[in-house]
Write a protein that binds this ligand. Structure first.
Ligand code: UDX
Length: 435
């Protein structure tokens, strides 16, 4: 197997997993980030954020001598033939993707280009960004140095990103030349999956289309959960019955308090913005956003209706992150609900296995406690807002005895309803009969 020299610009959730993953595949990798503090941490063998299995992967890469770090774009361009761009593309005005980090990187690459390089967009970017990148490199870069561009969208999920890197459902590679195709095929040698080669625009579109479709599945099942509530059906059974049809699939069909995180909200907004720009009224995707917004309000009113006056009442909360197995609170629906409850005057005492201080910075009134039982202590309801597996296995007798009244809101529909009802809980969920 032929090894490549690779640099990865941006050592965030996507970039660091990608860099360490390529090092594990045997390539020589330089991870570059302009955040000096992050690079210092990595050089001291410390992780800048929590992601299961990443620490071991990074340490192995460093020990093998195949993974190193730098803060300089010049190093990224000088030392590697293939440059992956993994910088953030956050939401700007009107949901438009803010490409300013990408712009800075492209200018840096253009300023240092002195021999052939393959430049790969891995950050999530709107379709047509590749055209702009090419034009910018041609305009700002040296005239006689050849380069290729590829679009290679990432599909990593936080919490299982390392597993996803080595076991992807597919690898999408948009290119324009044979040389770029061959290099990209070599980069991924060792990962068993289908390589789908496309043009650059189609590859860019596949990313936004996939994430928006997953968000659509979630909003669809959340919308159906409203009907379940009106007719007395159970959304978990409805979703299971639907999902067993292999054309539909069981994944991303869990009803709950809505989707969050660093990808779905921003990608749906960016895709809507792009559709608008090219003159298409993407009605179905607007509805996806709308349903997701409503889910948080729905959760808030369910809690309020059960508890009555919120002002001065103590509520226990389990889970603050946008989903389980991460310390990430970006666009977390759990935290949004906590914010609404706090604003309505409730005293919220919360426990989260991975995120504490960051959540408290966002909602300063939040009282952090160190165990699920402390969150339940003297509260008039316990709200489970993130589906951390450990929450399903709690000692619910103890929880019940700690609560002032045995009310539990299962915002992710994952607790054992029958057991809780048998223990004397009043059980509230999304689209499931209350008990
Ligand atoms: C997502 C995509 O899955 C991944 O392919 C892409 O590369 C990045 O965006 P991620 O944001 O890490 O990954 O999380 P994901 O597991 O997809 O969950 C996103 C949100 O949807 C979370 O808030 C989660 O709780 C919610 N969700 C997920 C549901 O409400 N119901 C579901 O059935 C699944």
């Amino acid at each position: 197997m032929e090894k490549q020299t690779i640099s990865v610009i941006g050592a965030g959730h996507v970039g660091l997993v990608t860099a360490a993953g390529f090092a594990q595949l045997g390539h020589q990798v330089l991870a570059v980030d302009d955040d000096q503090q992050k690079i210092n941490l990595l050089r001291q063998d410390k992780m800048p954020f929590f992601e299961p299995e990443l620490e071991g992967l990074v340490h192995r890469g460093v020990r093998s001598g195949r993974l190193s770090f730098s803060t300089r774009i010049k190093d990224a361009v000088d030392q590697a033939e293939i440059i992956f761009i993994c910088v953030g593309t956050p939401s700007g005005n009107d949901g438009e993707a803010d490409l300013s980090f990408l712009e800075k990187v492209i200018a840096g690459i253009a300023a240092n280009l002195s021999a052939y390089r393959l430049i790969v967009e891995k950050s999530t970017v709107p379709v047509l960004t590749g055209e702009w990148v090419k034009y910018t490199l041609q305009t700002l870069g040296p005239k006689r140095v050849p380069f290729d561009l590829a679009a290679n969208p990432e599909f990593l999920r936080e919490g299982t990103a390392v597993f996803d890197f080595f076991h992807p459902d597919r690898i999408v590679i948009g290119t324009e030349t044979e040389r770029a195709r061959n290099l990209m095929a070599r980069v991924y040698q060792g990962v068993e999956t289908e390589l789908l080669f496309t043009d650059i625009k189609s590859a860019e579109l596949i990313k936004h289309t996939s994430n928006s479709f997953l968000a659509l599945k979630i909003s669809y099942i959340n919308a159906v959960s409203r009907i379940c509530e009106k007719v007395g059906a159970d959304i978990n059974l409805v979703a299971r019955g639907m999902g067993l049809d292999r054309r539909i699939g069981t994944k991303h069909l869990n009803a709950g308090i809505g989707y969050g995180g660093s990808c779905f909200p921003k990608d749906v907004a960016a895709f809507l913005h792009l559709a608008n720009r090219v003159g298409y009224d993407f009605k179905i995707l607007k509805a996806v956003e709308e349903v997701n917004r409503e889910q948080k309000l729905l959760a808030f009113s369910k809690i309020k209706n059960r508890v009555g006056t919120l002002s001065g009442r103590t509520l226990g909360v389990l889970g603050l992150t946008f989903k389980a197995d991460t310390d990430d609170i970006r666009e977390s629906p759990a935290l949004e609900i906590v914010r609404m409850l706090s604003q309505a005057g409730a005293v919220v005492q919360a426990y989260d296995p991975a995120s504490g201080t960051a959540a408290q910075r966002t909602v300063p009134a939040l009282k952090l406690v160190s165990s699920p039982y402390a969150a339940a202590k003297d509260a008039c309801a316990l709200l489970v807002l993130t589906d951390w597996p450990e929450f399903a296995g709690l000692d619910f007798k103890r929880i019940r005895d700690n609560l002032r009244s045995p009310v539990i809101f299962d915002g992710r529909n994952f607790l054992d309803r029958e057991r809780l009802v048998a223990l004397g809980f009043q059980y509230l969920a999304i689209g499931r009969p209350s008990g």
